[in-house]
Design a protein around this ligand. Structure first.
Ligand code: BGC
Length: 454
């Protein structure tokens, strides 16, 4: 099944997960350096101090991307490299690193897709209240200006935030990711609003520099709600479960908390009822800023849940059948994960969708023949791309797909236990080995998806 002719294929990473060089060339600690140094926070006591040593090996890594035939590469910028003190003095060496990376990518024919914020807040800003302090909005603007000033002549694809649900929900509410706080709902609401305003202001900075030449997006995440059958009732129940607040799911995990303000300029009424009392004073006047026109909605999707409609049309979760397929990190393999959520987003907001991350962790190792055979990754990706193609057939405008991840890396609180890469990394020697799935994905790209069969 061929994908649209202008479809973008790529792979993704994030700064803290691959770069290492945590204290080099002027970089100062991020919240992840501090959190991972605390005993018991990360599996095996792992940290991102060295990670994939990409900071020193980026040329080798771009060569690997070229070998994989990647037309596009999504990566993030480390704020603590650019503004080590959060604000103020720009660290030229930090900018130089990304500038060289961008040059290397472009000379390899690979389009850079830059995420401004993938969770590694400068620790010094956290100490001033982080996303709870409204001053962070101007700090983010300053950071965006610095990055765009240095890379804006060559980078055309931009994403402001990666998964605000996670860096607020997991980090500030559940306390399982940096900075590991367990704040009350009232604080969470303020953090959400500040992130949304920071997004809007960053979009203004980007637009002022690149106008309509720039392709700008943001990347939320969710679990896809999959209708158990294609009856109109089940589809409607899945749509409702995607966008409506339900008592079984904390508000922070309801997609529309972010996507309605971003694309409709309003908080959803069922959510507003609960959070209005905690929104910062004068929040209404921020809504048009949050609702700035952007070019795509990125979405990170890994797994889904099946549900059906009851007699009243309410969504009811289906039980998971015994022995249902799972990845190494124990996320269910649901073939239609990339079908329904992108379709619902496109229908509700009429905005093109980019799958900014999708992939799986597996228990990969180097086999006796020196290769990494990972048939599950091939099968999973095949199934998921088939689902994505169905979304396109259903009429959804899907612009691209980025596999997570380019290479095995630091999987946050799971340390190096989970391997998500198309490229295997031996963390003791830093030797990279392209997995079977990497070679398979190369063929998928070369065939513009024709290799994906029904
Ligand atoms: C994040 C990545 C992460 C991946 C797998 C996403 O939530 O954006 O940084 O490694 O999922 O857990």
């Amino acid at each position: 099944m061929a994908f649209p002719p202008d479809f973008t294929w790529g792979a993704a990473t994030a700064a803290y997960q691959i770069e290492g060089a945590w204290d080099e060339d002027g970089r100062k600690p991020s919240i992840w350096d501090v959190f991972s140094a605390e005993p018991g926070k990360i599996w095996n006591g792992d940290t991102g101090k060295t990670a994939c040593d990409h900071y020193h090996r980026f040329r080798e890594d771009v060569a690997l991307m070229k070998e994989l035939g990647l037309p596009a590469y999504r990566f993030s910028i480390a704020w603590p490299r650019i503004l080590p003190d959060g604000r103020g003095k720009i660290n030229q060496k930090g900018l130089d690193f990304y500038s060289s990376l961008v040059d290397e990518l472009l000379s390899a024919g690979i389009e850079p897709w830059v995420t401004l914020y993938h969770w590694d807040l400068p620790q010094v800003l956290q100490e001033q209240g982080g996303w709870l302090n409204p001053a962070i909005i101007d700090a983010f603007v300053e950071y965006t200006q610095a990055v765009v000033g240095a890379l804006g002549d060559r980078v055309k694809h931009w994403m402001t935030f990666n998964e605000p649900q996670c860096f607020i929900g997991l980090s500030l509410q559940q306390g399982v990711q940096a900075p590991g706080l367990k704040l009350p709902a009232s604080s969470i609401t303020k953090a959400v609003h500040h992130v949304l305003v920071a997004h809007g202001k960053a979009v203004d900075v980007l637009r002022a520099r690149g106008g309509s030449d720039y392709c700008i997006g943001i990347v939320p995440t969710t679990q896809t709600m999959i209708p158990a059958t294609e009856s109109p009732q089940d589809i409607e129940a899945a749509r409702r479960a995607t966008f409506c607040h339900t008592s079984v799911r904390p508000i922070i995990w309801t997609l529309s908390l972010f996507t309605d303000p971003l694309f409709l300029g309003t908080y959803p009424s069922d959510i507003l009822e609960v959070i209005e009392k905690d929104l910062p004073q004068g929040w209404e006047k921020d809504m048009s800023l949050i609702n700035r026109k952007i070019d795509f909605c990125g979405i990170n999707l890994y797994s889904g849940k099946r549900l059906h409609a009851d007699a009243q049309g309410n969504p009811v979760m289906n039980p998971v059948p015994a022995g249902f397929p799972q990845t190494a990190i124990k996320w269910f393999v649901e073939d239609e994960t990339l079908r329904w959520c992108p379709r619902f987003i496109h229908e509700r907001y009429k905005i093109p969708v980019v799958i900014a991350e999708n992939g799986l962790s597996m228990t990969d190792w180097v086999h006796l023949d020196g290769k990494v055979h990972d048939p599950q990754r091939i099968d999973y990706t095949h199934r998921y791309l088939r689902g994505l193609h169905k979304a396109i057939e259903d009429g959804a405008e899907i612009k691209g797909y980025f596999h997570w991840s380019l290479m095995d890396n630091f999987e946050w609180s799971e340390g190096y236990k989970e391997r998500f890469g198309l490229v295997y990394v031996d963390f003791a020697t830093q030797k990279r080995t392209i997995k079977d799935s990497g070679y398979w994905y190369k063929e998928v790209i070369q065939s513009n998806g024709s290799l994906i069969t029904g």
